[in-house]
Design a protein around this ligand. Structure first.
Ligand SMILES: NC(=O)c1ccc[n+]([C@@H]2O[C@H](COP(=O)([O-])OP(=O)(O)OC[C@H]3O[C@@H](n4cnc5c(N)ncnc54)[C@H](O)[C@@H]3O)[C@@H](O)[C@H]2O)c1
Length: 369
């Protein structure tokens, strides 16, 4: 029996709760899961969400979740600026932690999180769900089998348009307490794919911009935007591969674009999260008369697609990636091999993000380490 605590019950809070609810039905090989305690700064929301999502109790104070003796694992899905304090308190209370990305806006706080995880002996992992996608996992297989030869160039982009409207209101993602902006919010996701598929980034050269200087607040006043919603970075990986990483939260028309393009000596692979049940492969081994990108639809032989649906091409959804991540977390707690970004690997992503920000501030290439 595993007791779950959840801190924060917005977009990601619901996503974690759905994962906890469905992981047993999808994978089978996991212990009984009890949704014990939900905490949210908004006590009324905590009460409503606890009832809707099936938690036994709720609190308007996250510390009650961490102190609850029947909670074994804490899902941290509050805004970025709270992650360090919440995750460290949970680890010190002997809980395993599943914390949403990014680790923390402040690098020293992220280091403290990694140190707390190491000292606790508990499992501490981050919510980098896109590495769980069956298509992304299959890209790993194609790279391992050298199907496109040696990769020489990669282009990664993440774009959405939830900040594209200049009249959209100010909220916590515009505050400096949430981090640099598109770097902490978005760039960390492509970096998690790079980490999972290739390894570490060695050097970066970054430019950032802020499309709208201020936004209206709830009381109708204007408040200066403190973050950068757009970032463009040249990157160089430790294995020598060169690439670009472009992110924007103000890209009209882009709803959930996380595109990765890989170019190798014998072909190319293209993936886009907006169509994440497929990937496109180009290989020079095809006859010249038939060369072109072919579209591969995910199917039961692309792990772990078949756990959800036995029919090829029917497709998974965004929340399913969290269910896969939840299953990996439970495997890791049982000491089994798991595909996850733990706090140590997450710290490397944070190191890259902070190097990008330093590069922008200083107007030059910066070594990540
Ligand atoms: N992995 C992903 O794909 C993904 C997607 C979106 C968001 N996120 C991450 O999830 C986190 C939450 O983002 P969101 O979009 O769910 O935000 P949200 O605004 O929808 O929800 C945040 C919730 O936290 C609660 N909260 C705020 N301060 C709190 C506190 N001190 N104690 C307890 N609860 C508190 C809010 O009331 C709200 O219910 C962020 O760190 C974000 O980066 C990850």
């Amino acid at each position: 029996m595993v007791g779950v605590g959840l801190i924060g019950s917005g977009f990601m809070g619901k996503c974690h709760a759905l994962a906890w609810t469905s992981v047993r039905a999808v994978f089978g090989d996991v212990p009984d899961i009890r949704l014990v305690h939900l905490g949210d700064a908004n006590a009324a929301l905590a009460e409503t969400r606890a009832r809707e999502l099936g938690f036994e109790r709720f609190s308007g104070d996250w510390r009650a979740v961490v102190a609850d003796p029947e909670v074994d694992i804490v899902s941290v899905t509050a805004p970025n600026g709270f992650h360090a304090e919440m995750a460290i308190a949970a680890l010190e209370a002997g809980k395993h932690v599943w914390c949403e990305k990014p680790m923390a806006p402040d690098f020293a706080a992220a280091e403290r999180m990694a140190a707390a995880a190491a000292a606790s002996g508990r499992v501490a992992v981050l919510g980098y769900n896109y590495i769980q996608s069956p298509a992304i996992r299959h890209i790993g297989v194609l790279l391992e089998e050298s199907v496109i030869g040696d990769v020489n160039h990669l282009r990664v982009e993440m774009d959405e348009d939830f900040m594209a409207d200049p009249d959209a209101p100010f909220f916590w993602k515009h505050e400096a307490s949430s981090g640099y902006g598109a770097l902490d919010d978005f760039a960390v996701h492509p970096l998690s794919l790079i980490e999972a598929l290739f390894g570490k980034v060695s050097r970066v050269m970054c430019d950032m911009s802020r499309p709208y200087a201020d936004r209206r607040t709830a009381d109708g006043a204007r408040r200066a935007v403190e973050t950068h919603d757009v970032a463009s970075t040249l990157i160089r990986l430790e294995n020598g591969v060169a690439g670009t990483l472009l992110v924007s939260r103000s890209a009209w028309g882009r709803k959930g674009r996380l595109q990765i393009q890989l170019f190798g000596s014998r072909g190319s692979i293209v993936f886009d999260q907006e169509r994440f049940n497929e990937l496109r492969l180009y290989t020079t081994s095809d006859r010249p008369t038939e060369q072109g990108y072919r579209t591969i639809l995910t199917a039961p032989h692309h792990e772990p697609y078949g756990r959800f649906v036995p029919a090829p091409g029917h497709g998974l959804g965004f929340n399913d990636l969290k269910t896969i991540e939840c299953h990996e977390l439970l495997r890791k707690i049982e000491g089994k091999p798991a595909r996850l970004i733990d706090f140590d690997a997450g710290l490397e992503i944070e190191r890259t993000v902070h190097a990008m920000a330093r590069s922008f501030d200083e107007g030059r290439w910066v070594d990540v380490r």
